[in-house]
Design a protein around this ligand. Sequence first.
Ligand code: ADP
Length: 489
Amino acid sequence: MPTDSENLPCIIAIDIGTTAIKFVVFDLTLKELYLSERPIVTLRRQADYSEQDAEAIFKSISEELAVIGKRFPSSLALCFSAAMHSLLAVDHTGNAKTKAIIWSDLRSKEETKELRHSKEGRAIYRTTGTPIHPMSPLCKLLWWKKHHPTQLKESHKFVSIKEYVLFNLTGQFVVDYGMASATGMFEPLQISWYPQALKITGITETQLSEIISPKKELSLKQDIADDLDFPASLKVFSGSSDGCLANLGDDATDSGVYAVSIGTSGAVRTVSPHFETDNEMRLFSYMLDKEKFVHGGAVNNGGIVLEWLGKFLNEKNPVSPEEINNLAMASETGAAGLLFLPYLQGERAPFWNPDIQGGFVGLNFSHTQKHLARAVMEGVLYNILYVMKSVAQKHPAPKLIKASGGFTKSAFWLQMLADIAQCRVEVNEGMLSAARGAAMLALEAMNIDYPSQKNTLALQVFEPDLEKEKVYRGNYIRFSEELTRLAGQ
Ligand code: ADP
């Protein structure tokens, strides 16, 4: 039997991530009432391949929704967030004809290289705001065209995992601005598919979903509503991508507020009212809605670098991130001149170079494990600062950083970010920014007021220490010189 609070009106937010699907039920003041997670398996059939099974994801969502439907019978809406850039082929009844190729799949490296360095590629980037990289569905389709031309022509549609799920729930092939923005084929200023991009892939517009506002109201198919025990009145909203929604949910949409997220990988994002690309093709510009564009860069080398160091220091029994923190804390600021370039798996922003390689610079006999640990933690943040500075060339400089992701478990690393960036860092309560962002959009779509998140969210605050700035500035200059040299710029 639902309890009293479970009988109140609420919003169900589903965030389809890379490693898990998160289900969060919020009340109408955005208080979390329920949280659960179901894992997603990534298949690696070949080197460079990263795929997921959209049918298995839909099955997990249906099973969990059946549980939530019983517990929260007064749910008003179901809304979505999802990882960007996935792509699968479907038939007209919504059956998956292939596995979903996800953002980390690199099979289209060759096609991407060619396009990135062409005039056409630059024009596509400047129109769509999606960097030319194997992550992008545009590049995946170029690979498809070369390797499976018949399947490319004959497939009913090419969709993301979220579009697949939405079709199976609502019977409509639709894609919101945020997800469309991440395909490399969407023209935000026209809110339409970009003919030039479609032309090079060889697909037609009818093979893509209808573009809709993130607040467009959809509804469940009757049989699905019955199966899942939801009222037919339940509204469904497509929402947006996890990147766009994380800024919204973290209250990082004001000018000069930057979201810095470091989990396995990382990202820097800020919001402005305008679509904006840069000459060097370094940054993305994704459309959340007509008034909000999310600009920034995604980096491959986030917390995963700490995991590498843990294994490097002790292969049989890897040193934990907590122990690496302790080691690094014992070193002086600036790791006694030791610099680490964290490019262990190529890099996306700012240079989008899959071949760039990392390393220690300035290593000598005086350096011990504590210096290595400190240099690695500092190096990840110098790279983030480099991306922030690239963003700040086009947008107001950071006056506040909203931090999220696994690295927020370390107060030491967060303080280091405040000192290196010389900017106040705040960490919000909970780790559910994207799901919260989706729920905020759904509430706005239904004209339901919710309390401002401004003063309620911040849980921890880190102010920059001016004393440390000088050491970090010197090291950062060395870091940028090394990076520019490495990237061959
Ligand atoms: P994902 O991106 O897969 O969701 P998380 O957001 O959970 O990952 O972040 C995982 C990363 O968080 C790890 O790679 C690790 O570097 C970092 N991390 C976890 N615990 C700590 C800690 N105590 N101190 C510093 N970093 C940590």
